[in-house]
Each structure stands twice: as C-alpha cells, then as structure tokens.
Write a protein that binds this ligand. Structure first.
Ligand SMILES: [Zn+2]
Length: 462
C-alpha cells in the first residue's frame, strides 16, 4: 500500500517519493503547442496525461499552478502564413483556437495561466542580459544571440549524452558561432519577418528561450515539475536547462515525459496525421470516449493507435456509463464520487492508470452483481467509487463539458416535461380541472403528446 505519491523523474531515471518545494503547493510547466496546424491525437496526448497528473495532485490536496504555454512565433508558423496567404499572427490565433477546442472537447482543464511567447519578449531579453553579462551567451554582432555550450558544466545531463558525442552539423557556419553546437537564443530579423527590438538588434526568440523565460515568470527560479513529450528531451529541454541554470536558476525539480502515440510502430507521421486529427476522430467517437482511450495507457508507454483499439475502448467505456445510468435509475440520483483505496494506491505508483483501470473493472463487476440482486447499498458504493475514479481520469459523464450534447438536451427536456406533468397532476388532485387542462393544452401546443396509462403519464414528441 502506497500512501504517498511516487513519480518517475527523467533526470534521475528513478521513481521517487514526490516532495513539493513548498508544502501543499505544486508548480507545473508543460510545453504547449506550436500553433501551426490542427492538433492530431499525438499532440493532445500530453495534454490528457498531464491533466490526469494535475487532477490527481489536486485530489491529493495540493494547490496546483499549471502553466502550459503557446508557441505563437516559429519558422513553421511563418511558412504557413506564406502558404495560407494570411498574416503570421492570424495563423497562430487560428490554430491556437483549434487546440483550445480540442482540449475542451477532451475535458482537459484550462491551465492556470496560458502564456504566449510573443507576450513575454521582455522577460526573454532580461534572461539574455543575464546570460551575456555572466559570459554564458554572446552576441556576435549579426543580430543573433548564442549560448556558449563549451562553458556549460551541466549540459546534456537529462539525455545523458556527452558534448563530444554530439553531432555538429557539417555545414555549420562558424562566421558568428564559436562552436557549431552553440544554439540560438535569439534570431536576427530576416526581411519581411516579424521582429522585436533588443540591445543586440531586432529579431525573434528561439523556441528554447521562450520556455525558460515563461517558466521563470510564472513559477519562479525553481519549481516542481516540468513536463512534455519524450521527443522534447533533446534538444529543447536540455537547452532550457542550459539557459536557466546558466542564469543561476535551479529550474525544474522533476522532469516528466509522456510517450508518443504511434501508428504502425512509428511516431505519427504527417501523412497519417490528417486522418488522426482530433476533429476528425470526434466524428467517430465522443470526446469522453477519445479521452478515455488516450488516457488508458501508462503515460510513459507508447500508445499504438488503431481504430479497432479506439472502438474497443469506447465500447468498454459505454459499459461503465451504462452501469452508472442503471445505478442512477435505481437510486434516483447519481452518488457523488469517492476515491477508493485501491484506486489511490494505483495512482500513487507513478500514475499507474492501467492498474487503476483494472480496479475500475473490479468495482464495475461488483456493481453489476449488486444491481442484479437489487442490493442498493452495493450499487451506491460501486457507483460512487466509479464516479470518483472517472473524475480523476477526466471522464465523468456528468462533467458539464460532456453533458452538453444531445444526451444532455434530452435530459433537460425530460426534466421540464416531467415538471409540467407534476403540476398538472397536482392541479387535478386539488380538483382544479381548468388549470390541469390548461397545462395539458399548452404542452400539446408544443407538439408533445401526452398519454395517461395505469403506470402513469407517458409523453412523446408527436
Ligand atoms: Zn518548452
């Protein structure tokens, strides 16, 4: 029995007890999207995985500050702007919105703050000033600013590479760089491209610099958890560490990385990407079912995508939903969620979701047995524990976000007509037949057919 949360830290390659830097509080920085195309499921898996972490920390009593940035200036965005013949900022806003909609459809909670890179140029310039002043970075006069990797003592500890083993580009231009492996903090403006003024010339930020500056701005010089996809370890996260630690900041305490969604064993390719766009998949399954599927694998395990596996996950989820519905019918209400000890134990083991799903399957089994024997207490406790678990996984069907479709409309309609029928029955019982008939006529005028039967009043839309 593990009463304490343990997390895997990429930096130490070890699972250890989670200890926040400040008691009761957790700061998380998650690298967000470069908004240059509609999201595919590979993009949103990290959103779902880290949303589960956030919900679990919150449920465990922590006050969580969750930062997920938007990279809204980048080569790919500039290329897209040329291709789509719209301004670069219109590209960024269009796809930022697409990501926001995808996160919403998947019930990924909005971050505490969602900083855009272009809104934090001042903080990036401040960081470069520190790095140039202490000799970690240099501005060779062409408008670029580089980090001097040879003076780093801690470089490449996350990916466990050696600087000498790093391939340096054969064609690296050493006119301005001291070493081909030095990376750009800032890039000099090219004609026609957007740029911001700095003491070293106008230009735009390098991707790595953005995250160091924004993490510092919202979480301070040191914070608990930095997350991102596995493919960000090198160079992005190594370079964030190099910049931040060269500035004298301790930076992230724990590094967490989610694995990819693969298709045919490979990281999702662009060609597959189109059919696996979130908005396309949501034509086949509901948001709650896609969320269930994406969250079902352990965050450090590759998720091999197939439509068969997605459909299978959706069918499994509908079984759980079906139980909750029957339990609600029997009890007259859906019990509030309760997080069971077995579920807690699974989640505390580095978010062992597959084990947690096995726990849910066991509860479902006992819940269905209780239903079959009309054991209301058994049904109630199973429904409460299932709802508690689904809430942590972001898959509670009663969450407002999922309760906005046809199903919810039908529930509201059912509630309203039942209310009117109760009023009619009350009027009749006090022998106010004029009022009862008036209610009946008004309901009929809306096209609702009422039928009085020995089992009670039934209605349908005629
Ligand atoms: Zn980042």
């Amino acid at each position: 029995m593990s009463a304490h949360l343990k997390l895997y830290n990429t930096a130490t390659r070890d699972v250890a007890d989670f200890k926040p830097l400040h008691e009761g509080k957790v700061g998380i920085y998650l690298c967000g999207a470069t908004v240059q195309a509609p999201p595919h499921i590979g993009h949103v898996r990290s959103g779902v995985n880290f949303d589960i972490l956030r919900r679990w920390l919150t449920a465990s009593g922590y006050e969580v500050t969750f930062i997920r940035n938007v990279t809204d200036i980048d080569d790919k965005i500039l290329h897209k702007a040329v291709h789509e013949e719209i301004p670069w900022w219109a590209v960024a806003q269009k796809y930022e919105r697409a990501f926001t909609e995808a996160y919403r459809a998947l019930n990924v909670l909005p971050p505490t703050y969602e900083p855009r890179a272009t809104g934090h140029i001042t903080q990036m310039i401040e960081l470069m000033e520190i790095l140039i002043a202490n000799g970690s970075a240099y501005a060779p006069g062409n408008g670029d600013v580089y980090l001097d990797v040879r003076q780093l003592t801690y470089y490449l500890t996350l990916s466990r590479q050696k600087l000498d083993d790093l391939q340096s580009a054969e064609d690296a231009d050493l006119t301005y760089k001291k070493d081909p492996r030095d990376f750009a903090l800032w890039k000099a403006a090219k004609p026609g491209d957007p740029s911001w003024p700095t003491p070293w010339g106008a230009g735009r930020p390098g991707w790595h610099l953005e995250c160091s500056a924004m993490a510092r701005a919202y979480l301070g010089e040191s914070f608990d958890i930095h997350g991102g996809g596995l493919d960000l370890i090198f160079p992005h996260h190594e370079n964030e560490i190099a910049q931040s630690q060269s500035a004298g900041w301790r930076f992230a305490n724990i590094w967490m990385h989610n694995a990819w969604v693969t298709a045919s064993g490979e990281k999702m390719s662009k060609s597959l990407g189109n059919s696996l766009q979130v908005q396309e998949i949501l034509k086949k399954v509901r948001g709650i079912e896609l969320r269930w599927y994406l969250g079902s694998a352990h965050y450090r395990s590759m998720l091999e995508f197939s439509f068969e596996a997605l459909e299978e996950a959706a069918v499994n989820f509908r079984r759980i939903e079906g139980f909750l519905k029957r339990a609600t019918d029997l009890l007259g209400t859906t019990p509030d969620g309760v997080v069971s000890a077995a579920f807690t134990e699974a989640m505390n083991e580095d978010l062992a979701v597959p084990t947690a799903l096995a726990v849910i399957a066991e509860i479902l089994k006992s819940g269905n047995t209780a239903l079959a024997s009309d054991d209301r207490a058994g049904v109630k406790s199973a429904a409460a524990e299932i709802r508690g678990a689904l809430g942590i996984l972001g898959c509670d069907p009663l969450d407002e976000i999922f309760a906005t479709g046809d199903h919810a409309d039908a529930q509201v309609l059912d509630g309203l007509i039942s209310l009117a029928l109760e009023q009619r029955a009350a009027a009749r019982s006090r022998k106010d037949f004029a009022a009862a008939d008036a209610i009946r006529d008004q309901i009929a005028a809306l096209g609702v057919v009422i039928e009085d039967t020995p089992q009670g009043t039934r209605w349908s839309i005629g």
